[in-house]
Write a protein that binds this ligand. Sequence first.
Ligand code: ARG
Length: 562
Amino acid sequence: MNFKTMYAKEIIKYLPSLSQSEVEQLIEKPRLEEQGDLAFPCFSLAKILKKSPQEIAQELARAIQHPLLETVVANGPYVNVFLSKKTVSKEILETILTEGENFGFVSIGASKNIVVDFSSPNIAKPFSMGHLRSTVIGNALSTIAEKCGYNVTKINHLGDWGTQFGKLIVAYKKWGNENSVKENPIEELLSLYVKFHTEAELNPLLDEEARSWFLKLEEGNEEAEALWKWFRDESLKEFTKIYRLLDVTFDSYQGEAFYNDKMDRTVEELKKLELLTKSEGAEVVNLEDVQLPPCLIKKSDGATLYATRDLTAAVYRYENYNFEQAIYVVGQEQGLHFKQVFIVLEKMGYSWAKGLKHVPFGFILKDGKKMSTRKGKIVLLEEVITEAIDLAKQSIAAKNPNLENKEAVARMVGVGAIIFHDLKNERQNNVEFSLNDMLRFEGTTGPYVQYTHARACSILRKATYNESKLNIDGLTDSLSWSVIKRLMEFSSIIEKSFSQYEPSQIAKYLIDVSQDFNKYYAHVKVLSDDHLLESRLALVKAVTIVLKEGLRLLGIKAPDKM
Ligand code: ARG
């Protein structure tokens, strides 16, 4: 049940010239709780109705009546309403307990498809902090999209093609060793790559060799292909370790190489549409009309580029997944690239191109500086995650030494801390990486929300009741009411979080729910034996449902005990 909708329906009974959605958008939450639960501002009606907003508010306040509205008052130019705590709380708690984890479901995506391109690390290169952010944000957005009814396809667009593979092949053949690559693929391949560059400065012939090996690779030479495939497999094995730790899965690993045999068609189409022009030997799409630099399609040696593959991938995805939206969760430094790709597709006449969206995000900082996994400063991500799990293990051992499943819980808490820390800020902001901060059990952290959930579960364990037959009476005290009102917002927060591609909306909301609940718990004796006991248990149960489901949407587990 949505109270804004209910209220809007009441209002338009008296103002039939307005549409329900118009009214719904106007309805706000009063600044002060004492002013009511919802407020309708009448400013914009003054002109149409030729009356002052104050007059309109008074007339509406006199007219509106509804069993769910306890009081309707004019407050200057606003019509403020107080919901009937008793009826509404009963109804909300019953709904949450019946719907369980489905509570909060939104139907905006029903029978629509969405493609989410995220993570997408590069073969033979370290999994960077940027890839971590993309993984965490993309995974959350995928789950949130599902909750909104979308049919979601998660794609890992691996960076598995490009001239660097020519260099790697040369370097491996000259200085490489099979066992060391197997033992430590990323580190070993990266150092081969670095060695190639230092050696090539002294010996420019190496670059020639690399070019010719890349050419062989493109022509399907067996040896080149076998090495490429092996580098890819070994790298993917490493990346998979990180995905396992984070519990992230993909529907497709079709990366850049997958489009090799599909790019001719893109280039042909561009030619036919007369969109290609020559520029210093290269083929480009001129984008001067939209004040952008040209989009490079083919280099002078005929090699295709990153953009050519993204153009081809978009067409392929549309043809195969028939998406309404396709989002790319990639760092903001690639903003220009995606602008160019989207505009070229529009120029090609693809009307679906308006469904393509770049969802950018900021950097991870360490002591105020961009945290990098390159240039010798390799922070092995796997190590960072394992360290978080270890730290979580220590605080759990101190807090709750007898906990069963300590290992599993520490994993949920350590990984949850990293994910929550990333998602609690708006994604465009930079994130300062601090394991100690993210693992605190108080404040705005993942462990705080998880701990609140576990605490609520432990209250329920202490009571004896039959969950399917709880006798729920309305709760009317102000502390319960704050919690109830918060729980009521869940689906609108989910919808907002999806439409803005902002998992932070949900993260912030979970902090609010936790704070409201902890305040409630600090002042109310949930388990005292009176006629409202079962109603209070229902409230606690409802909180566990919303916290657990909210964390799930972010990609975080909620242990029952910790
Ligand atoms: N592999 C790229 C990188 O690491 C990201 C790819 C993003 N996805 C895409 N369709 N371009 O920078």
